[in-house]
Design a protein around this ligand. Structure first.
Ligand SMILES: *Cc1c(COP(=O)(O)O)cnc(C)c1O
Length: 480
């Protein structure tokens, strides 16, 4: 690592990346390559001798970028956003520069302490209950993804109950969610050894906006208890992946209290909106939760990856995940005066991810972050109005944040035909390279999901996207 070589090359790389952003609208948003394309372009083995950065960057342009789907394009409206920003980028760069591995406090005290401080800041911004702050028995930790956050709290809850009832009870533990809960719950259950028949994904209804009904939870729990099973864990969602449904936290939380069930709230995407006072009510009832998660790398300008997890009782997590080998022993850890984040996560090693979240909060400030969110929601609202004005289309679920769920709905056609038509519409707009959207299925209907959330998206992009939908719809309807 030669400092002058770094300076020279990193300046070139920054120029390259800045130009990438400058030209980002010229690329097809969804990569149009075929599987295996890269093997045909690159040599079979690594070079024996060093090559120049210039040669590598040329190949990035000719071979790599064609195989990139441009998540930062202002015309990206698929899945959920994965924001980058100047502040997030700078934090990521500094983290790469320092490149420490912060598993224990002693391995870089600043990494642990900054993480505690910024997660307390963010918890206060979201008006989370005091028991999630690092000063008490709880606290926050940055995980890689919402899936990891969910897995570690499920493990903590499992072990806490098994300590009380004995390890043989594993087969009797039951986990609850809804049919809209993210698939990471199923994966976490598979890893945690929850019996496949003991995952209850309770049915939601359109008339209920696809939110989990407290009655159906109570019914399922009563039934399980009567069958000799042990209710363990509920994952509620604020902003489901398909349609951004919001589960009623307060009512669900009361039920979990009554039965001693661990209550986790997944707000991976929509948590960001709750920094705005007018959206905070979606978290009402969060005081009942044992753990809460939000992805700063989705809609909070923090480059991937940065998933914030808060837990009410950190000991539950530590009892599941801590190890204490001789080669990691040190005075601070033995004295129990510090947090060792290795005991809050699956890997040992961890990056200095709090730097980028800290940079985002400091370089933008809360007011800018709030207007950032509000602007996207306003653009989504605008798109929703445009859709509603065209009688050939239908809005399928009430818009709550920046996702609009809609479909093309010609009259007098079978559901099967309409599903195929919307599938074709999705293919048509995505293969144009002009925008990228994704889909879902709700109540058997194939639905188009249009999410506003890329940092560069402006009103003109939303309007152009809508024109594209209209044109593609006209041509599909004419040819059918
Ligand atoms: C995106 C998302 C997840 C999964 O996020 P990862 O961080 O990729 O694991 C889970 N739950 C919800 C509600 C999401 O929107």
């Amino acid at each position: 690592m030669d400092a002058e070589q770094l300076r020279e090359n990193a300046h070139k790389m920054v120029d390259f990346i800045a130009d990438y952003y400058k030209n980002i609208e010229t690329f097809p948003v969804l990569s149009q390559v075929e599987p295996g394309y890269l093997q045909k372009l690159l040599p079979d083995s690594a070079p024996m001798q060093p090559e120049s950065l210039q040669a590598v960057l040329q190949e990035v342009e000719s071979a790599i970028l064609p195989g990139v789907t441009h998540w930062q394009s202002p015309d990206y409206f698929a899945y959920f956003p994965s924001n980058s920003s100047v502040a997030g980028f700078l934090g990521e760069m500094l983290s790469a520069g320092i490149n420490m591995v912060g598993f224990s406090w002693i391995t870089s005290p600043a990494a642990t302490e900054l993480e505690m401080i910024v997660l307390d800041w963010l918890a206060n911004l979201l008006n989370l209950p005091q028991h999630f702050l690092s000063k008490g028995p709880g606290g926050g930790a940055i995980q890689g993804t919402a899936s990891e956050a969910l897995l570690v709290v499920l493990l903590a809850s499992r072990d806490k109950v098994l300590r009380q009832v004995g390890k043989d009870a594993l087969r009797r533990l039951v986990v609850y969610g809804s049919d809209q809960t993210h698939s990471s719950l199923q994966k976490a259950c598979q890893i945690a050894g929850v019996h496949p028949e003991n995952l209850r994904l309770l049915r939601t209804e359109r008339c209920n906006e696809y939110a989990l009904s407290p009655e159906s939870l109570t019914d399922a729990i009563s039934h399980d208890v009567a069958s000799g099973l042990i209710p363990l864990f509920l994952c509620a969602t604020v902003g489901t992946t398909s349609s951004t449904a919001v589960d009623p936290l307060l009512a669900l939380g009361k039920i979990t209290k009554r039965y001693g069930i661990w209550f986790h709230v997944d707000a991976a995407y929509a948590g960001s909106a709750c920094i705005c006072p007018e959206y905070r009510h979606h978290l009402n009832g969060i005081e009942e939760a044992d753990s809460f998660n939000m992805n700063c790398h989705k809609w909070f300008l923090t480059n991937f990856d940065c998933s914030a997890l808060w837990i009410k009782d950190r000991n539950a997590l530590i009892q599941s995940l801590s190890t204490n080998p001789e080669y990691l022993k040190n005075k601070a850890s033995q004295g129990s005066t510090v947090i060792d984040y290795k005991d809050w996560q699956i890997p040992l090693g961890r990056r200095f991810r709090s730097l980028k979240l800290w940079m985002v909060l400091r370089l933008y400030g809360v007011e800018n972050l709030q207007s950032y969110i509000r602007n996207h929601i306003k653009l989504a609202q605008h798109f929703e109005h445009l859709v509603a004005q065209d009688s050939r289309f239908e809005i399928v679920a009430t818009r709550t944040f920046s996702l609009v769920c809609f479909r093309l709905l010609p009259s007098n056609k079978t559901e099967e035909y309409v599903n195929k038509l919307n599938h074709d519409l999705l293919d048509a707009v995505n293969s144009s390279g002009k925008i990228f959207i994704s889909h879902t299925v709700l109540s058997g209907k194939y639905i188009l999901r249009f999410v506003v959330g890329a940092p560069l998206t402006e009103e003109r992009h939303v309007i152009a996207a809508w024109k594209l939908f209209q044109e593609a719809a006209s041509s599909l309807l004419e040819n059918s």
